[in-house]
Design a protein around this ligand. Sequence first.
Ligand SMILES: Nc1ncnc2c1ncn2[C@@H]1O[C@H](COP(=O)(O)OP(=O)(O)OP(=O)(O)O)[C@@H](O)[C@H]1O
Length: 243
Amino acid sequence: MTKDILSISKVEKSYAGKEVLGSISFALEKPEIFGLLGPSGAGKTTLVKIIAGIEEATNGNAAILGTNMPNLQQMKKIGYMAQSDALYSELTAKENIMFFSALYGLKKSEIKRRIQEIIAMVDLEQDMNKKVADFSGGMKRRLSLAIALMHEPKILILDEPTVGIDPVLRRKIWDNFQELKASGTTIIVTTHVMDEAEKCDRLGMIRDGEMIAIGSPDDLKSETQTESIEDAFLYYGGVLHAN
Ligand SMILES: Nc1ncnc2c1ncn2[C@@H]1O[C@H](COP(=O)(O)OP(=O)(O)OP(=O)(O)O)[C@@H](O)[C@H]1O
């Protein structure tokens, strides 16, 4: 039996009896950039937290490489970047990277090998010795991304990674996502941004806790006979109708 990289099977989640995810199922079989697209409150963060093993599904399973989450061993294979940055503001950027890399079990030599490459990718070379307290929102996002990448995870889960990042750097970061995918990393990314959605290999469209459509951006547009991902989303949500 081949093991899917990620298998989501009838995942449901309720908080205090209120359902926020319906019965969600999908699988990622090979490295790809999989986008989760949906309006605020649709359930994207809840779903990625279940995949990352931070939240447990109320019903159903989320399995990584055939092992149900949450599972400590599998969590080491994951890089997770939360929506709000979990950084130590009294430490410098470098100290934050060293701290979190050590938590992931990276040796000093590995940290030394990775750090230059990663900070160049997120364009923070000049800011490594500054305290995070003096960072802008976009700089904190970039540092969080660097930390999620340090242990070379097989699966990278990014919750709105480019919020507050300017378009030039955003493009550079997306180019890096493509390179990571080419080297075998699977990337799951939540976004509201339509031009980012277009860059994903496949998209899962989420609305009110339900997966309303799944497919490549081109397939979703051609299936709905629409010109944009935004219109395709509205079509699947029942707001826009075919001519
Ligand atoms: N810990 C919690 N307790 C109760 N309700 C929660 C909790 N976390 C999320 N919710 C609710 O679940 C629903 C989905 O939230 P979620 O954060 O997953 O949405 P989202 O699609 O990521 O939105 P956004 O794009 O704004 O981040 C919302 O109605 C939210 O209020």
